[in-house]
Design a protein around this ligand. Sequence first.
Ligand SMILES: Nc1ncnc2c1ncn2[C@@H]1O[C@H](COP(=O)(O)OP(=O)(O)OP(=O)(O)O)[C@@H](O)[C@H]1O
Ligand SMILES: [Mg+2]
Length: 592
Amino acid sequence: MTETNKKRITLTGLREALPLYSFIRPYRLQYGLGLFFLLGSSLANLAFPKLLGELVNAGNAGNLAENINRIALFLGALLVIQSTFSYFRTVLFVTVTEKTLADLRQYTYNHLIKLPLRFFEQRRVGELNSRISSDISLLQETLTSTLAEFIRQVIIIVGGIGLLLYTSFKLTLFMLAILPAVVVLAVVFGRFIRRFSQKAQAEVAESNTIVEETLQGIQSVKSYTNEFLEIGRYKHKTEAIAQVGMKSGRYRGAFAAFLIFGLFGALVTVIWRGSILLAEGEMAAGDLFSFVLYSGFIGGTIGGMASVFTRIQKFLGATEDLFAIFEEEEEQLHDLSENTSIHPLKGAIRFDKVSFAYPNRPDVDVLNTIDLTIQPNQMVALVGASGAGKSTITALLLRLHDVQKGTILFDEIPNREIPLSELRSQIALVPQDIFLFGGSIRENIAYGNPKATEEKIKQAAQNANAMEFIEPFAEGMDTIVGERGTQLSGGQRQRIAIARALLKNPKILILDEATSALDSKSEQLVQDALKRLMYNRTTIVIAHRLSTIKKADMIFVLENGQLVESGTHEQLMLDKKGVYQKLSQLQKMDNE
Ligand SMILES: Nc1ncnc2c1ncn2[C@@H]1O[C@H](COP(=O)(O)OP(=O)(O)OP(=O)(O)O)[C@@H](O)[C@H]1O
Ligand SMILES: [Mg+2]
């Protein structure tokens, strides 16, 4: 859980929360009606002590049973009104909140999924996710209960004090002289305790992190025989929790004692003073009764106000966080399923003096003035040492990032002039680290083209040499792939990803180390299939094993972000001092 930051309640803070109103706006009538019911039930609430007091007065004065019954009936009617009102208030507020939240959730997700990759690289996605869900549930709490509670509290405190003054001016003044001091002390003390218990919670969260991380990484813990180290770490943490917990218990005990002594003491003093007024005939018994009820009411409400304030502060913090995300600029995407006509690419690619640095490391040029040309339907290879910038080139082709200098052109059209969704829909990438979704194998392959027929899916799996391991599974294509595809081996995952890319039937196919986890035999099979499929499309292959790219039409050799050599295998092998020659020599040595 991430802790939402609190924000001081200021006018600017409140104004910043105003955009939220646009989400409530469609339901403002219902919300207004809810507020009306809230107002009604709060006022009815306020009338109770007064009427109860009158009931006592009537009994005390020996009034006719008829009178007493009338007041009681009136009270009964008021109860009916109040309960009905509070029912409708709750239903209305919940309805508005749920609808608003559904809108807000959709808006947030729609926005988030359209943000550029850069946004996600600068944040931890897990944290982002839990932050957003906790922010949204905070908004939910505020809209359904906190705001209503705050309004009710204001009505009760203001109205209550008014009624107290009306009931007995003298006693109210007496009470106001002692009670605020006690309340202020209680609030300050209460806040101190809350801060302390937050500290305790943080300690608990830290200890949970130890459990979570070590259980998730249990393989590493065991293979490094660090069980006892972790036991010690956890022991240390849990003991710290116990210490903080006990300390917080002592504070809470003291707080309870203070509350009993202070608040009830103040109440006793007020009643003591009231009894004297009663004896002197300045006050009726029923009035004293309703006075005490009001005081309890108001006292309780003031006590509850502190927590409402904290929640409003958190609410302001949460809206601020959320709206900060809303201000991030989206990619210009459009829905291709809606019969839009796509301008087909011919498959020519040209890099014109492209330089690129990742946005989170702007001072390091990962690619430096790259010039390269790929003809339509060529099969080209990118080679180079680890970190040379090969995968970065694939990311730029998909326009997951934009280049800072130079231009990338498709069919001689600068990529910025091609609608983003159109461009991406014609390129398929089998990335270096493959991500499979938690569904079935079929769903994972169909992700390449959700409209594909069963026939096509099977065909793609066949071409990727994946059928060989899918068929023996009891569930076949319906086999559920574990969370992040853990039940499958690295090579099996690669073949599913290749099938997915083939199903997309792209004009440009990029294979980033796509067969690196396969044994030589499977690799050969996949290569053969790919060779057939490379017909009529541009294929870019990245491979460390140079044997797989010997037949490429063109090989580009990268070193430290620069294009140092290019040519066919034969041409590159001629340069005895070349980088390619060196790489090739090293691999020969490995194989011997
Ligand atoms: N998202 C990123 N943010 C910042 N720097 C990155 C990012 N991805 C890669 N880099 C850096 O860019 C450089 C090139 O990385 P790239 O992944 O393109 O190398 P590569 O040639 O594909 O290497 P490998 O053969 O190991 O896959 C590396 O120095 C790497 O640290
Ligand atoms: Mg790479």
